[in-house]
Design a protein around this ligand. Structure first.
Ligand code: C5P
Length: 399
């Protein structure tokens, strides 16, 4: 039986090739990666094999190329698990419209799609297709899903296409793709840093079943947690009640009230390098919580409220505070109110946005306020904004 070599050198990449004419460029990608000392394991779909032969990739990478979900050369017959466990990242180049649709919907009907679904490492895709396929609402919808799922998309670019038409959909050139992979393998922006992040709303009980809360969805806080993880940070995410999937790799602590949140922050803050306070903490809590459901009466009743602790101010006021970042959701005078908040809380960076973007939408326009002034970020998906925020933090944090 052939001995399969999934040898480990420095960095290990799974190179997935799907069916598209740009597959011929992927041979060059493989060659350049091998020159960079990257250990490349190729997996091809059936259609990819119609465009370029596995023998080419085998010769360039010095490894057997896998194409079959039922390849019984892997001892436990679980090629889809074993191959993905042995790599630092997966790059799909070219990623066809069909494969993008499969990824977005979690299909697992061939080796490559099954590997992607079973992965525990980052996934990069380099789309390549006819411009009309690229622009079709279905492809754009699928790409938006992949972005939201944390998949990184390299390219495509505008230009001449193999079909003779011109437009968006050319795969990045081999050199450019290799540059992107090199960037990924470089030490990360927040490598070995511990980021404590709060997210979502808090819920302040009035009685056994009623409470005060707000419309925060937690989307921004979870996006910031995902971006910090991508940047190599160890992440503790302290979250109020939300309906979101826990970011893979974060330590998630679920809390209900502002006081719970403060207690969880106090427990975890001593080892934190960075504190990012994204949560929409309720400003007040009822002075008295009734254990029983308060009965309806004819006429008004009044609710006495007490201010909640300000968690961000508490952390920023510690003798040796971590690098503190606040968020401000405003309904008016965004910049003025947000800058006043930054000064009051004595924090180096504050991220300002306007309600309703700030509260539940998937996208937002932001202004980053620091000692140097303002840095506007035009409207984009929250995960895209979160990556900008993490980059900005890493620049300020270094100083
Ligand atoms: O509610 P406000 O606009 O003042 O929030 C500004 C910042 O302060 C946010 O980062 C929020 O997470 C934080 N905050 C807090 N504890 C509170 C209120 C707000 O940490 N009780």
């Amino acid at each position: 039986m052939t001995k399969l070599s999934l040898l480990h050198t420095n960095k290990r990449l799974l190179l997935g090739i799907t069916g598209g004419i740009a597959a011929y460029k992927t041979a060059e990608v493989a060659r350049l990666l091998v020159q960079e000392n990257v250990d490349v394991q190729t997996v091809m779909t059936e259609s990819a094999c119609r465009f370029i032969g596995p023998a080419t990739l085998q010769a360039l990478t010095g490894k057997i190329v896998f194409t079959d979900l039922w390849d019984n050369r892997i001892a436990n017959n679980m090629a889809h698990i074993n191959i993905s466990r042995d790599v630092d990242a997966i790059l799909i180049a070219p990623a066809s419209a069909d494969f993008i649709a499969k990824l977005a919907n979690g299909f697992a009907n061939d080796l490559l799609s099954t590997l992607c679904l079973a992965r525990n490492c980052p996934l990069f895709i380099a789309p390549a297709m006819n411009w009309q396929m690229w622009e079709s609402p279905a492809t754009q919808r699928n790409l938006a899903i992949l972005q939201r799922d944390g998949v990184t998309i390299f390219g495509p670019v505008d230009g001449a296409q193999a079909c003779g038409e011109t437009g968006m959909g050319r795969m990045l050139e081999a050199q450019e793709l290799v540059k992107e992979i090199q960037k990924f393998f470089k030490p990360k922006l927040l490598q070995n840093k511990h980021a404590v992040i709060t997210a979502g709303p808090t819920y302040e009980a009035i009685d056994a079943i009623r409470g005060i809360t707000n419309l925060s969805s937690g989307k921004m806080g979870y996006a910031v947690a995902n971006a910090a993880l991508e940047a190599g940070a160890k992440v503790t995410l302290i979250s109020g009640p939300v309906c979101l999937k826990a970011p893979f790799g974060a330590t998630l602590i679920n809390v209900i009230s502002a006081q719970d949140m403060l207690a969880a922050v106090k427990k975890n803050i001593s080892s934190a390098d960075i504190f990012i306070s994204v949560a929409a903490v309720a400003d007040f809590l009822p002075s008295k919580i009734s254990n029983q459901k308060i009965k309806r009466i004819n006429g008004n009743i009044s609710l006495n409220l007490t201010p909640n602790p300000d968690i961000l101010e508490y952390v920023a006021g510690l003798p040796k505070p971590p690098f503190c970042v606040g968020f401000a959701a405003e309904t008016e005078n965004l910049e003025k109110n947000a800058e006043a908040k930054r000064r009051k809380k004595k924090i180096p960076l504050l991220v300002a946005n306007l309600v309703p973007d700030a509260i539940s939408s998937d996208e937002s326009a932001l202004i980053l306020l620091d000692d140097k002034g303002k840095h506007p970020l035009s409207k984009a998906l929250k995960i895209v904004q979160a990556r900008h925020i993490i980059k900005h933090i890493s620049l300020l944090y270094k100083k």
